[in-house]
Design a protein around this ligand. Structure first.
Ligand SMILES: C[S@@+](CC[C@H](N)C(=O)[O-])C[C@H]1O[C@@H](n2cnc3c(N)ncnc32)[C@H](O)[C@@H]1O
Length: 203
């Protein structure tokens, strides 16, 4: 299963079939950082793709580890960081089986990884998220919104509010859960998403 998943995502990066990269990456995160709700800290990005957000976070002063299953995505991400003169710890691994790297992370960012994994390996994803955080750690999850059927704009898999609440409730308090549209790079409206900010609790 892990190999099939890796091969499928690797093929997308090798052929440039990565339509999600058309969306502007970091508006939600940048807004929360500007508002002081998320502060630069020891951070992890799950499903980082070719690294634009990880590098942006490093620019903002975060100490970043960023993980993706596709080797080509990680190669592209390492090149981007090197060209930007910034240090990011890029890891090529399957999030559902990743043991972590010792010290828990204070902040985890995920745009588009949970929503592609949850149907087949949701339990593995959650187990990793719990393993690599501690009470007080924050998570910003950006996931496709089921209110917009997949396919309308070649959009992402959608999840419902109930699914998010049920998946994360055992371990996380949801601080905000709100729908928003991704912005395309040229400012056009992208697919409908959820923005979910959570805090790890001690359960
Ligand atoms: C829809 S893309 C989003 C990429 C990036 N976060 C963005 O918003 O541009 C999903 C990403 O998750 C990665 N991915 C899928 N399954 C994964 C897994 N099991 N472990 C780690 N990464 C995975 C894919 O390689 C891909 O880069």
């Amino acid at each position: 299963m892990a190999n099939e998943t890796e091969n499928a995502w690797e093929a997308k990066y090798q052929t440039g079939d990565t339509p999600w990269e058309m969306a502007g990456e970091c508006d939600r995160l940048a807004g929360l950082v500007q508002a002081g709700l998320i502060r630069p800290c020891h951070a992890l990005e799950l499903g980082c793709g070719s690294g634009a957000v990880a590098v942006h976070m490093a620019q903002l002063g975060f100490q970043v580890t960023a993980l993706d299953i596709a080797p080509t995505a990680i190669e592209q991400a390492r090149r981007l960081a090197a060209n930007s003169g910034l240090e990011v710890n890029f890891v090529c691994a399957d999030v559902t089986q990743w043991p972590g790297e010792g010290e828990p992370f204070d902040f985890v960012y995920d745009r588009g990884c949970y929503h592609v994994i949850r149907r087949d390996s949701g339990a593995g994803y959650l187990a990793t998220l719990v393993r690599v955080t501690r009470p007080g750690s924050q998570v910003l999850l950006l996931a496709g919104n089921a209110a917009e059927p997949s396919g309308i704009r070649g959009g992402p898999p959608g999840v419902t509010e109930d699914e998010i609440r049920t998946d994360f409730a055992p371990w996380f308090d949801i601080v905000t859960l709100e729908p928003f549209h991704l912005q395309g790079r040229q400012g056009q409206q992208g697919p409908l998403f959820w923005s979910c900010r959570m805090v790890r609790v001690c359960r």
